[in-house]
Design a protein. Structure first.
Ligand code: PLP
Length: 393
């Protein structure tokens, strides 16, 4: 089909709730996408942080082929090895907690918030979340998402949420009372523009939660599974949360979400309290296991640190050259370029020149390359961006 034919089909049959770029992607391999017109695109934002190992990583594809021949899905009436194995691998790489599996980031956050109410004393119900956050699109998670633009048209939202400015210790202290069940924040805000929580901020939240009998939940949906050069974003600090949520890169391209809770919190989630039909699906868990094994076998956490540093260096050189760049910030492979102008034209022009990047919060170009990215691929990306900026936007 031609590009126009596909777009016409979408116009007729697919709800237009996404602003799409006018390309029809037919194949993905490593750091490259291929479209139906034979164009090759260097992907510095693969799968919106889902394809953390790049597209169609051979170890993930092999694991999926094998599992598909054994058992695609078994419901949670039974035990199954892939689910148990994935939980073990995650637990050993985090704080030794227990996992609940679901299918998306929003669902993982829903599970975390429900568990926080279950695991705290009667009367505690409030959730504190941060301005600029993103936690998902279901009613509870969009309420937790403290950005008015995501709320418009959906009022009334759920009661019990308190919003505070991100990284503001005093505001967090003032928001606490004995009705708070949990604090939910991202260690690094992704959609909010790559805003990094300070170690002092995380430590103070930990302390406040302990003093008030509240649960500390970190949303690691974007920061988790190696993105920042550690398995989880919180591991850059000394703070250990009670619950983490993950999704995106966990399945290497297959839909999966997970919530991990400390054992004493996890034990409150007894039969009948929460569930997900597809949660812990054999195919998705086999993908998750392959992702973790590939990261370790190929030393990709180290590559995320090295390539992340290299990318920031190169972007800083661009910042010296181009006045419209204010500064560059990030951790590992989660990098934001703060512009002085709106960045959406830059994203389109990069795509015309064979480079896919993202713009979030209007003025932040987002680079989230796969953990397999090489220096020469970063060089190619920087060259394209340099040319686009030099041509004037
Ligand atoms: C993407 C994202 C979510 C929502 O995940 P879905 O799978 O789209 O439900 C939640 N939190 C963070 C930090 C995210 O980046």
């Amino acid at each position: 089909m031609t590009t126009n034919e596909v777009i016409e089909m979408f116009d007729k049959y697919v709800i237009a709730n996404y602003g799409r770029l006018p390309r029809v992607i037919t194949k993905g391999q490593g750091c490259y996408l291929y479209d139906n017109e034979g164009n090759k695109i260097l992907d510095m934002f693969p799968g919106w942080a889902v394809s953390g190992l790049g597209h169609c990583h051979p170890k993930v594809v092999d694991a999926l082929r094998h599992q598909a021949g054994e058992l695609l899905h078994i419901d949670n009436t039974f035990y199954s090895e892939p689910q148990g194995n994935l939980a073990k691998l995650l637990s050993e790489r985090a704080f030794g907690g227990k996992c609940f599996f679901c299918n998306s980031g929003a669902e993982a956050n829903e599970a975390a918030m429900k568990l926080a109410r279950l695991a705290t004393e009667k009367g505690k119900y409030k959730f504190i979340t941060a301005e600029g956050s993103f936690h998902g699109r279901t009613f509870a998670t969009v309420t937790a998402t403290a950005q008015p633009k995501y709320h418009e048209g959906f009022l009334p939202l759920l009661p019990g949420f308190i919003y505070v400015p991100f990284n503001d210790i005093e505001a967090m202290e003032n928001a606490f009372d004995d009705e708070v069940a949990a604090v939910l924040i991202e260690p690094i805000q992704g959609e909010g523009g790559i805003n990094i929580a300070s170690n002092e901020y995380l430590a103070r939240i930990r302390q406040l939660c302990d003093e008030n009998g509240a649960i500390m939940i970190l949303d690691e949906v974007q920061t988790g599974i190696g993105r920042t050069g550690k398995w989880f974003g919180y591991q850059h600090s000394d703070t250990v949360p009670d619950i983490i949520t993950m999704a995106k890169a966990l399945g290497g391209g297959v839909a999966i979400g997970a919530m991990m809770a400390k054992n004493e919190v996890a034990e409150k989630l007894v039969p009948g309290k929460h569930a997900s039909t597809f949660g812990g699906n054999s195919l998705a868990c086999a993908a998750g296991i392959a992702v973790i094994e590939a990261i370790e076998e190929d030393d990709l956490l180290q590559n995320a640190i090295d390539i992340g540093q290299y990318t920031q260096e190169k972007l800083n050189q661009l910042a010296d050259k181009h006045d419209i760049i204010d500064h560059v910030r990030g951790v590992g492979l989660m990098i934001g370029v703060q512009l002085k102008i709106n960045g959406s034209d830059i994203v389109s022009k990069c795509l015309e020149n064979g480079l896919r990047i993202n713009c979030t919060n209007e003025t932040v170009l987002r680079f989230m390359p796969a953990m397999i990215t090489t220096k020469s691929q970063i060089d190619d990306a920087i060259e394209i961006l340099d040319n686009v900026l030099s041509a004037g936007v």
